[in-house]
Ligand binder design. Structure first.
Ligand SMILES: [Fe+2]
Ligand SMILES: [Zn+2]
Length: 264
């Protein structure tokens, strides 16, 4: 796992090697976890996103405030612009839940394309460690692999839920090539219900539910289908699903960023 350190003068903590922090040695405080750094009152660096190490310890990580309120509103408003999307899915038709979503078309909106590239680069080393296969450093190279394997359709999506809607527990697999982590950004506030839920199923155990509290503009990083957990007899795979509990009032939009593309 990456090492973490805080800088006393700025109150910010980073992953070892973060290019945005050059600090004098006497101002550096080492931390063994993001939880420890937060408990000591340090704030996470926006560039190296040090909370990411929580995907190993707890199965998900929250990146607070990755989008401003204005950016969130802009993405939500784009839902009505059909030129931006390749297809629309009404979830009740497929028993996926209730609500709808649209897959963005290529070329992706600049904001979405930028996030997908940047977040891929941050997560690729973890994906490589999790799977034992070397994911390329850049998303462009990884997409070239997907496209060569016939997974050519873009998977980033915008989801829209109203009162009574929900998303059943699922996994976002779109073909044999799978990048094992994905990101969702909550774009709304002012709704009730509509919690982001993960379930984790360990071998020979009942499922465990995890509710991830999110604010408008926060992102959650979580496994697409499995995650490795260290046990006494080596590492084993834990099966993960995600969904959204029923929205009681208001409306909820999410931007989903999946890094593999979909088979036609
Ligand atoms: Fe999903
Ligand atoms: Zn940093």
């Amino acid at each position: 796992m990456d090492g973490l350190f805080g800088v006393r003068t700025t109150g910010i903590y980073c992953v070892t090697g973060c290019p945005s922090r050059a600090a004098r040695a006497e101002n550096i405080v080492p931390f063994s976890s993001a939880e420890e750094a937060e408990a000591a009152g340090f704030r996470a660096c926006k560039r190296c996103l040090p909370q990411t190490c929580c995907v190993d310890s707890q199965g998900f990580a929250v990146w607070p405030g990755v989008l401003s309120a204005a950016q969130c509103d802009g993405v939500v408003a784009s839902y009505g612009d059909s030129d931006l999307f390749r297809s629309r899915v009404v979830m009740s038709r497929y028993n996926f839940g209730r609500g709808e979503y649209q897959y963005f078309a290529y070329p992706l909106p600049k904001l979405v394309a930028g996030l997908r590239e940047r977040w891929y680069a941050r997560l690729a080393p973890i994906a490589s460690r999790w799977t034992g296969r070397a994911f390329p450093a850049s998303h462009a190279e990884y997409l070239a692999e997907c496209h060569a394997a016939g997974q050519t359709r873009p998977t980033p999506l915008l989801l829209q839920y109203g009162a009574g809607d929900y998303n059943c527990l699922h996994q976002d697999l779109y073909g044999p090539l799978v990048f094992p982590l994905q990101v969702a950004v909550l774009l709304s506030d002012g709704f009730t219900g509509g919690e982001f839920v993960l379930t984790e199923q360990r071998p020979r155990m009942q499922s465990r539910a995890i509710v991830v509290p999110l604010k408008k503009g926060d992102a959650v990083v979580f496994p697409v289908h499995t995650r490795p957990v260290a046990g006494t007899r080596g590492t084993y795979k834990v099966n993960m699903r995600h969904g959204v509990s029923q929205i009681r009032s208001g409306s909820r939009h999410t931007l989903g960023v999946i890094f593999h593309d979909a088979a036609v």
